[in-house]
Design a protein around this ligand. Structure first.
Ligand code: SF4
Length: 62
């Protein structure tokens, strides 16, 4: 399934794990943000891994 949207819901603790897993898509400052203009499908596996590994489960994709 192609990924068309990635977002971070409220509650990110800025642990930095998603950026470590997929720095092409996630950037963590005060909270994690999704970098704009990225072709998510190129990083599908890493986005899914980051979402699964997020300790507070706030990474959502569709
Ligand atoms: S893994 Fe989750 S809690 Fe950690 S920085 Fe990323 S979105 Fe925030």
């Amino acid at each position: 399934m192609a990924i068309s949207k990635v977002r971070i819901e409220e509650g990110c603790t800025a642990c930095g794990l998603c950026e470590e897993t997929c720095p092409e898509v996630f950037k963590v400052n005060d909270v994690s943000i999704v970098i704009e203009g990225v072709d998510f499908n190129q990083y599908e596996d890493k986005i899914k891994e980051a979402a699964e590994d997020c300790p507070v489960e706030v990474i959502k994709y569709e």
